[in-house]
Design a binder for this molecule. Structure first.
Ligand code: ADP
Ligand code: GN1
Ligand code: MG
Length: 370
């Protein structure tokens, strides 16, 4: 048995799944955590599934603080959903504590593991198959924003410091470029120049925040389409997942990250850049639905800055992929060489498209200002 398999077996033994475990298979397309789907085999009744995750040690330095956030947020969401007459076990994640009663299980090498019951009868999409589906995801993320409106932000730990601080991401990019530890900078001259040409953009949202135009709220911060589970029948959003980065942030980050990932028809690591194009109709569909889901929570300046949220999240994500490429792919999971550089290129293609369609994007957002 490999060391990784041994740690997995330790983690499985650390939880009571209510029935014997029939197997645990790698699951999902997340870039950060190691995710497994656990199948149980009860003597009677149907098999139940669980999501078992080893939290990324590269991303999260304090799993105790991370899980404190998640326990607080899932409990809060569960209560709000139940008050609204919803099904909290389906519409919010539930943490299954390990046998020792703590918030997560620690294996013999210090790996931190957690378990959620699998939210059944849902689909996790990797791309928006239709404007309706993308709009449904927008409604769900907007509602999430509204539900967390009253959450005590001061109790949240910053699980990744400066997560969407684009100025700080630029500083980190410059440091990686300066170090050029693997001699890879020579392969990405145009991408490096793309960032340097947009250094001033990195301050736009932060300047607006410092000027008091954009308020800090409790935000999700990782609103890709594959972080919301959709009902397999109605195709409406059921449950927002991947709560690792719920922290104070700007609402335009949540809007923007969804656009970055979902408002186009190609994979994030597509190599043929002619296939990577911003779909303005998807942008428009998401905008209306997100604002509807948020139920009037956004102020006029927040609505005005939505296109900036899209551009900045895309630029920042491209910069993060490029930084990881320059540093040797330590942060994002990769399945092939050069994948982080390919991902960076798709992001920059989308940024260029957003710049080309800027007036249209501003016009769409403006319609919703009161
Ligand atoms: P990562 O941070 O690596 O993206 P996620 O928490 O997003 O990890 O989980 C990875 C994938 O696992 C998701 O995209 C989704 O497909 C699946 N998943 C996670 N939690 C659940 C759950 N409770 N029920 C069903 N599927 C889930
Ligand atoms: C990661 O965890 P996942 O795969 O949902 C990353 C996001 C990036 C995204 C790019 C904690 O999201 O910030 O935007 O990859 N999550 C973290 O696809 O860094
Ligand atoms: Mg995820």
């Amino acid at each position: 048995m490999s060391a990784a398999e041994e740690r997995l077996q330790e983690a499985l033994a650390g939880f009571d799944f209510g029935a014997p475990v029939a197997g645990a298979l790698r699951y999902g397309k997340g870039h950060i955590n190691d995710t497994f789907c656990v199948h149980t085999q009860p003597e009677e009744g149907p098999c139940r599934r669980f999501i078992l995750q080893r939290m990324s040690a590269a991303a999260f330095k304090h799993p105790d603080e991370l899980m404190e956030n998640i326990l607080g947020v899932t409990e809060f969401l569960g209560r709000r959903i139940a008050q609204d007459g919803g099904d909290r076990s389906r519409e919010a994640l539930t943490v299954l504590r390990p046998r020792n009663g703590e918030a997560f299980f620690t294996d013999s090498e210090g790996g931190a593991w957690r378990v959620y019951p699998f939210v059944e009868h849902t689909i996790c999409y990797q791309s928006a198959e239709s404007a309706e589906l993308f709009a449904a995801s927008g409604r769900a993320f907007g509602r999430f924003q509204q539900l967390l409106g009253g959450y005590p932000a001061e109790t949240l730990h910053e699980t990744i410091p400066n997560f969407h601080n684009t100025e700080d991401r630029l500083v980190k990019f410059r440091a990686a470029l300066e170090a050029d530890a693997l001699g890879r900078a020579k392969d990405c001259g145009p991408e490096i120049q793309f960032v340097l040409d947009r250094a001033a953009d990195c301050s736009v949202a932060l300047e607006a925040m410092r000027a008091g135009k954009l308020p800090l709220r409790v935000t999700h911060n990782d609103t890709k389409l594959n972080n919301v589970l959709m009902d397999e029948t109605t195709r409406e959003g059921v449950c927002i997942i991947d709560l690792d980065t719920v922290m104070p942030g700007l609402v335009i980050y949540d809007f923007g990250d969804s656009i970055r990932f979902g408002a186009n028809h190609s994979a994030e690591d597509e190599r043929d850049l002619s296939k990577v194009n911003l779909d303005v109709d998807l942008f428009a569909a998401y905008t209306g639905a997100f604002l509807e889901g948020a139920g009037g929570a956004l102020t006029n300046p927040e609505i005005e800055y939505l296109p900036w949220g899209a551009k900045l999240m895309t630029l920042e994500c491209g910069m993060r992929f490029l930084t990881d490429y320059l540093e040797g792919d330590h942060y994002f999971h990769t399945q092939r060489e050069g994948q982080n550089l390919d991902r960076c290129r798709t992001q920059f293609k989308l940024v260029s498209d957003m710049e080309a369609h800027w007036e249209e994007l501003e016009k769409i957002a403006k319609q919703y200002q009161t």
